[in-house]
Design a protein around this ligand. Structure first.
Ligand code: NAD
Ligand code: ZN
Length: 667
């Protein structure tokens, strides 16, 4: 018997560790938070009943995150904790009873805050300046992500008023919904899969290697705790308001409640209104307001006793699944969509839900006619999380995924490791053809004025264009007779197409619609290879040698240029005068002085910002790496170079040069 329990505990611990890793390190959870919390609760219960199997390393005893190998590790001056959870008013009452006993039945007032859903961050300030930003990691040590955090505009780098000399302030890095939706629209436009939710995206962004990329992500930071050797405040709330005065972003939603009943009111209020906030929240955090009482209460192994999270229930409704339809994307990817009986959810009427791919349908055994549960997380469209099997009719049959393209009838393919089915009829499938042309003319690509998506469809239907090169053969007399067209609009279209011949190479490269080559990648490739001919002749090794170009992108580029139709189209674009070589302007200030050199930078510089220094290295043909290895040619050290980096460079005998040496080197 006890052997069984021991095994059960071990299996649960292993499973939860795996989920922690997926969630915190890979930013890619494979079960819902609800299921995760249930399993954790089950383990807590088993451990409490069987104290002989206690293990300080159990997921019940430890903060779930980890440090990564991509950043300098920092030991937290003050430990970072998780929060105990509660799911009902009863849980909260129990908590109050417990803590009241520990503070001798004194009155307790509470600070109530929303639980912002993102990634925790610790900001270290010395003498009014941001010194370091650290992730929570395992609570004892985290990743030094200062360079990335410095790109978040709402975080003050220098305080505009005198405050405490040395302190830490903690908060949550979040991605507000508006920015999240916009980014996803752009990704879909570029043929990439959209991000799954704002939390993962915020957490993933924080851990990117290139701060210039992080700067493009619309991140924000909401702060919720101040820590110092000695705080000149009596209460947590006053401390936050003090921090607010010197420039920190502290949400307006905080309230002080004098009784637990007032806390309930706060929770009820926000449970129905949180959808109206510009960011996601997943609950309320209730904190003992008096700092003295907080100190008295202290911490358990994993969380403060003076605070508790109340988790909102994910909003869920049930409705009937009327039909499953299939969409074809510009890259041929098929997305199944659930068409639902319209239902009210989180303030909007929901008619459709994403089903992602065939596996998802199979896993949940979703069938037409089913009553399904629909949830709204951070996704653009809601998702189906389960089926109400008690309502399934006896005649119901498992869903058969389509085998052929709903648009052109071609047999679909699915390559190993890819969750999606694709229509391989790249050059014959109408949606793919018009999708590629629509992408080509779009604002961030060739920016062809006067030509819209509908006109592209019309021109295609009339047999006037089959690919984007055909645009350059169009003339006014072909366009004027078309539906809703007149001389003026035809002239505009032709003028817009003519003007697009001036669009610079990096945008043309993006416009070609090579899978995984979005705006940024196109810029990188254009800058590195300088012309389409060089790019076309590049080998896999040459491609992956370019900073931030990985296997997936390299393979996609090779595949694109391996196709005769594409080569012919590019030849035609060349003849029409489209820019397929990088312009003189872009080449200015560029040299090959650092060609083949891998350089690591560390510290703070006076002549360059870190990003400018990176750009300068790249402009001179060098490659910037984030960590020192045998492949590093030299390290440029600024002020306050990280001691671990210095040690590593010295032990590998890698030259360390100053900013001045560098400037001499390139001038
Ligand atoms: N689905 C999965 O596989 C999986 C795996 C691991 C964890 N999880 C989920 O992650 C959560 C557990 O993560 P956790 O241990 O980080 O705990 P938590 O996120 O539930 O609570 C602690 C965190 O809340 C944040 N927070 C937000 N607003 C705050 C405020 N106003 N005051 C104080 N803190 C605030 C802090 O960053 C703090 O670190 C659970 O919801 C769990 O379901 C899911
Ligand atoms: Zn097709």
């Amino acid at each position: 018997m006890s052997e069984n329990i021991e095994l059960k505990i071990k299996l649960l611990r292993d499973e939860l560790r795996k989920h922690n890793y997926n969630y915190y390190v890979l930013d890619n959870a494979t079960i819902s938070d609800y299921e995760f919390d249930l399993k954790l609760k089950e383990l807590e219960k088993l451990e409490a009943e069987n104290p002989q199997f206690f293990d300080p390393n159990s997921p019940t005893q430890r903060v779930g995150g980890e440090i990564t190998k991509n950043f300098t590790t920092v030991i937290h001056k003050n430990r970072m904790y998780s929060l105990a959870n509660s799911y009902s008013l009863e849980d909260l009452n129990d908590w109050e009873n417990r803590i009241k006993k520990m503070v001798d039945n004194e009155n307790i007032s509470y600070s109530c805050e929303l639980k912002y859903d993102g990634a925790s961050i610790n900001l270290v300030y010395e003498n009014g300046k941001l010194l370091r930003a650290e992730t929570r990691g395992d609570g004892f040590q985290g990743d030094d992500v200062t360079a990335n955090v410095k790109t978040i505009k709402s975080i003050p780098l220098v305080l505009h008023d005198k405050f405490i000399d040395s302190f830490e302030i903690r908060g949550e890095i979040i991605m507000p919904l508006k920015g999240f939706y916009k980014m996803n629209e752009e990704r879909i436009e570029e043929g990439e899969d959209p991000f799954s939710n704002p939390r993962n995206t915020a957490s993933g962004s924080l851990k990117m290697q290139d701060s210039a990329e992080v700067a493009k992500r619309p991140l924000d930071c909401l702060l919720y705790q101040l820590i110092a050797e000695e705080l000149p405040f009596e209460t947590h709330f006053e401390a936050l308001m003090g921090a607010k005065k010197v420039g920190f972003k502290i949400p307006e939603t905080i309230a002080v409640c004098n009784t637990i009943n007032e806390v309930f009111e706060f929770i009820k209020y926000w449970d129905t209104r949180r959808n109206k906030l510009p960011y996601e929240t997943d609950g309320v955090v209730v904190k003992v307001n008096s700092l003295e009482q907080q100190e008295e209460l202290g911490y358990t192994a994993k969380s403060p006793r003076w605070a508790i999270a109340y988790k909102f229930k994910a909003e869920q409704v049930s409705t009937i699944l009327n039909e499953i339809t299939y969409q074809v994307g510009r890259t041929g990817a098929i997305t199944p969509v659930a068409n639902l009986e319209p239902v009210q959810l989180a303030g909007t009427i929901v008619k459709r839900a994403s089903l992602h791919n065939a596996d998802q349908i199979e896993k949940l055994d979703i069938r037409v006619g089913d009553t399904v549960f629909v949830e709204k997380g951070g996704e653009i469209i809601p998702k189906i999380v389960g089926v109400d099997l008690t309502k399934r009719s006896l005649e119901s049959k498992p869903t058969k995924y389509i085998t052929n393209c709903p648009d052109c009838g071609t047999k679909l393919v699915r390559t190993e490791g890819d969750a999606k089915h694709y229509c391989p009829n790249e050059y014959g499938c109408p949606t793919q053809i018009t999708g590629r042309i629509q992408h080509f003319i779009s604002r961030k690509a060739m920016n062809i004025d006067g030509l819209g998506s509908e006109t592209v469809e019309l021109l295609f239907k009339e047999g006037l264009i089959h690919n984007y090169a055909d645009l350059y053969e169009l003339n006014e007399s072909q366009i004027i007779p078309l539906e809703r067209m007149a001389e003026k609009s035809a002239q505009n279209i032709i003028a817009g197409i003519e003007n697009s011949k001036k669009i610079p190479f990096e945008k043309v490269l993006f416009a070609l619609g090579i899978r995984f080559v979005g705006e940024t990648v196109a810029k990188k490739l254009a800058k590195h290879f300088k012309s389409i001919d060089n790019l076309m002749n590049a080998s896999f090794e040459e491609l992956v040698a370019v900073d931030e170009i990985g296997d997936k992108i390299a393979e996609s580029v090779l595949r694109f240029f391996d196709n005769l139709t594409n080569i012919q189209i590019i030849d035609r674009l060349k003849n029409y005068g489209v820019q397929l070589i990088i312009s003189e302007d872009t080449l200015k200030n560029q040299t090959t002085k650092l060609f083949g050199k891998t350089i690591v930078i560390s510290g703070v510089f006076s002549h360059f910002s870190r990003n400018d220094l990176k750009k300068s290295i790249e402009d001179n043909g060098g490659k910037v790496a984030s960590s020192i290895s045998k492949k590093t040619n030299f390290v440029i050290a600024g002020e306050n170079m990280g001691p671990s980096k210095r040690l590593k460079a010295e032990s590998l005998k890698i030259p360390i040069i100053s900013e001045k040496d560098y400037i001499n080197m390139i001038s």
